[in-house]
Design a protein around this ligand. Structure first.
Ligand code: AMP
Length: 188
């Protein structure tokens, strides 16, 4: 099964992706984690993107598409994958289509985690406090990340709706309840 988890920063995509990985053997592909590990290892790419992550802006489509195009072809994705944090723009969604078409793969579903913006901002601020490794946690950056999501990422919602792939779940419920909604929407 090949899935995309979609939703604003802090919606809980990572938590749900990890659970799907553990329970169903799908590989979690988190572009945010990949970028943070590039930064931690101080690679060339890491040095280039560090400031971008800290500001809450998006890394360029070219860099992200190259990063994920290689990943979905990896043998560890044989049973399927969950994209967590990708695509974030319509250009990335188009490129993903092309990559999957070339390797004769298809997406099964795009799960949209719907949230209440104010509650979410409070949640993001709390997580940043608990998790010292993130540099994008201050309130202003969290708001900025939300605006970036609305402007650049939300347009992919109708894109996948038109393809008949979109399934919405209530992301404000407890972790277990959201998990149950996701499983039900996928008939798991
Ligand atoms: P995340 O952990 O998914 O919230 O990602 C953290 C940050 O990494 C984002 O705020 C962006 O700066 C960058 N990032 C992650 N995934 C992407 C992507 N698909 N396109 C552009 N930037 C990304």
């Amino acid at each position: 099964m090949r899935l995309i988890l979609l939703g604003p920063p802090g919606a809980g995509k990572g938590t749900q992706a990890k659970r799907l990985e553990d329970l169903h053997g799908l590989k979690q592909l988190s572009t945010g984690d990949m970028l943070r590990s590039e930064i931690a290892s101080q690679s060339e790419l890491g040095k280039r993107v560090e400031g971008i992550l800290a500001s809450g802006e998006l890394v360029s489509d070219d860099v992200m598409i190259e990063m994920i195009a290689h990943r979905v072809a990896n043998p560890d994705c044989e049973k399927g994958f969950i994209l967590d944090g990708f695509p974030r723009t319509v250009a990335q969604a188009d490129a993903l289509n092309e990559v999957l078409r070339e390797s004769k793969q298809a997406l099964d579903a795009v799960i949209l985690m719907e949230v209440n913006e104010d509650e979410l901002l409070a949640r993001v601020a709390k997580r940043a406090e608990e998790d010292g490794t993130r540099t994008d946690g201050d309130e202003e950056t969290a708001k900025h990340r939300m605006n970036v999501y609305k402007e650049q990422t939300a347009p992919i919602i109708p894109y996948y709706k038109d393809k008949g792939l979109l399934k919405s779940v209530n992301g404000m419920l407890s972790i277990e309840e959201v998990a149950a909604e996701i499983d039900a929407s996928l008939n798991l």
